[in-house]
Design a binder for this molecule. Structure first.
Ligand code: NAD
Length: 316
């Protein structure tokens, strides 16, 4: 199979490519390297198992160039990863999420590519959903611009399935963490401690509680579900069994970094920023019924990630 991975030089995309190459797939990557790094997939580029189109999915000619390379399946992961950005700049998620997803789908239609997997998010459920939240919950009312763009992307994909006969797998991810992470709470904490090992500022009151999934589990889950689920449109939450509070994450990061004297300071308030969802936990019954389970729960994934990122970033 030849896969096109949008955002393949990113955190999750690079782990996905490790798995695709390992199972013998050929991979085409389109990435503008805005938050990704070619070094994450350099081994696959050097071996010829992956080829890179350095381009922007907001530019239809760049997308057409990649889509014309005899693609069997698109893994659409490229997007602005920073939910907080929408509090300052209001059209990024619209352009790099909603419109870019349209560009991908339209290039698929023109080139006769029939299969797409999409990286959506738990934030589409908004903040009033029951916990754990099953895929059947609705209506979905996201409270961030990023969440709105994910929901719009899902709607576009569903409409391309209904109108142009695509087959799609939409994955609503929990918080994905692990080696090569380039953003998120653990990454932020390690950078803060690197700057000042005597204090750790935590946004909010630390009681925000979310579910964390290790990136290897996430990409294994994607590929497993795609083999098992064969409806025209397949919707799956991907997450772990439990949650961890931001306070707990701060404690684990302080422990793993050895910055035991760091004073943990909370900025206060029930959330990190406007549009943040204080409590989130995905229902994972459907994922479990497909025969897939995670190898790490939230605490284990957080500790593992802190150790990986500490060795990548260093404290010196
Ligand atoms: P990431 O920033 O590491 O990956 C995104 C990749 O897309 C990067 O390599 C970036 O350079 C590329 N990119 C961004 N805009 C682009 C554009 N316009 N054209 C071409 N390339 C572009 O982030 P990630 O955490 O690996 O996220 C991957 C996907 O999963 C994203 O769609 C994200 O919204 C989604 N997601 C991530 C999480 C998480 O916890 N990490 C949770 C839910 C959903």
């Amino acid at each position: 199979m030849r896969a096109l991975v949008t955002g393949g030089a990113g955190f999750i995309g690079s782990h996905l490519i490790d798995r695709l190459v390992a199972r013998g797939d050929e991979v085409v990557v389109i990435d503008n390297l805005s938050s990704g790094h070619a070094s994450f997939i350099q081994g696959h580029l050097d071996s010829g198992k992956a080829v890179m189109v350095e381009g922007d999915i907001c530019t239809p000619t760049d997308v057409s160039k990649a889509m014309a390379m005899d693609i069997d399946c698109v893994f659409h992961l490229a997007a602005n990863p920073d939910i907080r950005l929408g509090t300052r700049i209001t059209d990024t998620d619209l352009k790099q999420g909603t419109v870019a997803t349209y560009n991908i789908l339209e290039a698929m239609r023109v080139n006769g590519v029939k299969n797409i997997a999409f990286a959506s998010s738990s934030v589409v459920y908004g903040e009033d959903a029951p916990l754990p939240t099953p895929e059947s919950h609705g209506p979905c009312m996201p409270i961030s611009l990023y969440g709105a763009s994910k929901q719009a992307g899902e709607g576009l994909i569903s409409s391309w399935v209904g109108t142009f006969g695509l087959q799609a797998w939409i994955f609503r991810f929990a918080n994905i963490i692990g080696a090569r992470g380039t953003h998120g709470v653990i990454f932020d904490f390690i950078h803060k401690l690197k700057k000042d090992p005597s204090r750790l500022e935590v946004l909010g009151n630390g009681l925000q509680e979310k579910s964390y999934m290790e990136v290897g589990d996430c990409v294994d889950g994607i590929l497993h579900v795609m083999e098992q689920a064969n409806e025209p449109l397949n919707l799956y939450n991907l997450g772990s069994h439990d949650t961890a509070s931001v306070r707990r994450i701060a404690e684990i990061v302080v422990d793993v970094t050895g910055c035991h004297d760091a004073v943990i300071e909370y900025t206060g308030g029930d959330r990190g920023w406007a549009g943040d969802i204080p409590r989130a936990r995905l229902g994972i019954e459907k994922m479990l019924k497909s025969g897939f389970d995670v190898t790490m729960n939230s605490d284990e994934a957080i500790r593992h990630t802190a150790a990986c990122l500490l060795s990548e970033i260093g404290l010196e």
